[in-house]
Design a protein around this ligand. Structure first.
Ligand code: NAD
Ligand code: UDP
Length: 337
């Protein structure tokens, strides 16, 4: 029988791509998503793409009794916990919402994973837990510095909570994934990132500028100490990221060791590299200007992926161009809707 994986936040950007990847790997995903940052029609898209009925429980992970009903009624084999608020800027202005949503959701998940003896938990963390890198590429043993935002601090707290609960044997096995910068979309162009309002992140801003929704992209700073003066990140295709979650579940099938792993490509690319990749992939010239540095931006960060490649037997496969092509397909699909 197919093993059931509970995917919280499964209608969101990374969650939706992971739901498809789980189905392709022979798992049965069920979703818990309260739609606070996603749309119900994404479920229809997932059903179209997979040819299967998929269940979403439209409940809030901060509500213990609603969440417990799901654990009571479904034979849950593992949990992938994506559900969280993720806008760094917003978290500075609304810290309570971020602590309440992100930390309380995880506390509820852990309590239920413990009570219902679910032996596999995958948690979405972020490279934001590192802050400024002392050494690049950054490896998992890099010191964790004081977080720059309430969002970053919720991820640090959640990692700490998971590690304390593992030590106390409240949970048996967990894999914490520290994502670098997710970009791209499913190659069908039928699902992708769906930013509400003005996007903060680079890739959706590029797509909306090229689609004429925004008049121009502002590159935040061109006087950094990098090959072209613009900041460097590790951009990873969302389908590679999705696969890392399935591999994490598979690793926990055969070993009870818990891990904290970087999920990136291991390569640093500048803002201009991303724009060039977009222009090469689509043949569209992007309208952009240089502006001031954005407060809080780190000059460069990219992952040391040796540990994740070794533990998960996984490696990112997609190029920056492929990610740009797939995001553009998704942007065109949104326009046609
Ligand atoms: P997203 O906002 O697209 O998806 C999150 C989903 O969770 C949304 O569909 C939202 O409706 C749902 N959700 C939020 N709070 C909930 C709650 N209390 N109960 C039920 N559902 C809830 O975000 P994403 O980009 O897919 O990110 C997924 C995870 O990865 C998050 O934990 C995020 O912090 C983490 N992460 C994201 C990035 C990134 O750049 N996208 C980078 C690093 C880490
Ligand atoms: N960026 C930019 N213009 C934008 C959005 C982002 O120049 O409109 C730059 C930003 O300064 C950073 C990179 O793109 O160097 C990635 O930014 P994003 O917000 O996507 O990710 P993060 O900074 O959180 O890693």
């Amino acid at each position: 029988m197919e093993k059931t994986i509970l995917v919280t936040g499964g209608l969101g950007y990374i969650g939706s791509h992971t739901v498809l990847t789980l189905i392709n790997a022979g798992y049965k995903p069920i979703i818990v998503d309260n739609l606070c940052n996603s749309q119900p029609w994404i479920l229809t898209q997932l059903e179209k793409l997979s040819g299967q009925k998929i269940k979403n429980h439209a409940i809030d992970c901060t509500n213990f009794s609603d969440l417990e009903a799901v654990f009571k009624n479904e034979p849950i084999h593992g949990v992938i916990h994506f559900a969280a608020l993720k806008a760094v800027n917003e978290s500075v202005h609304e810290p309570l919402s971020y602590y309440n949503n992100n930390v309380k959701s995880l506390l509820n998940i852990i309590e239920l994973v413990s009570k219902y003896k679910v032996r596999k938990l995958v948690f979405s963390s972020s490279c934001t837990v590192y802050g400024t890198a002392d050494k690049l590429p950054i490896s998992e043993d890099h010191p964790i510095k004081t977080a720059e935002s309430p969002y970053g601090s919720t991820k640090q707290m959640c990692e700490r909570i998971i590690n304390d609960c593992l030590k106390a044997k409240k949970i048996e096995n967990a894999v914490i994934l520290r994502y670098f910068n997710p970009i791209g979309a499913h190659s069908s162009g039928l699902i992708g990132e769906l930013p509400l309002g003005i996007p903060n992140n680079l890739a959706p801003y590029i797509m909306q500028t090229a689609a004429g929704i925004r008049s121009s992209l502002t590159i935040y700073g061109n006087n950094y100490n990098t090959h072209d003066g613009t900041c460097i990140r590790d951009y990873i295709h969302v389908m590679d990221l999705a696969e890392a979650h399935v591999k994490s579940i598979e690793v926990m099938e055969v070993s009870a060791t818990s891990h904290t792993l970087n999920i990136g490509t291991g390569k640093g690319n500048s803002v201009l590299d991303v724009i060039n990749a977009f222009e090469n992939a689509t043949g569209i010239k992007l309208n952009y200007t240089y502006g001031e540095r954005r407060i809080g931006d780190i000059e460069k960060i990219y992952a040391d992926t040796n540990l994740s490649e070794e533990i998960l037997k996984w490696k990112s496969k997609h190029s920056l161009e492929e990610a740009m092509r797939d995001s553009w397909k998704w942007q065109m699909y949104l326009k046609s809707k």
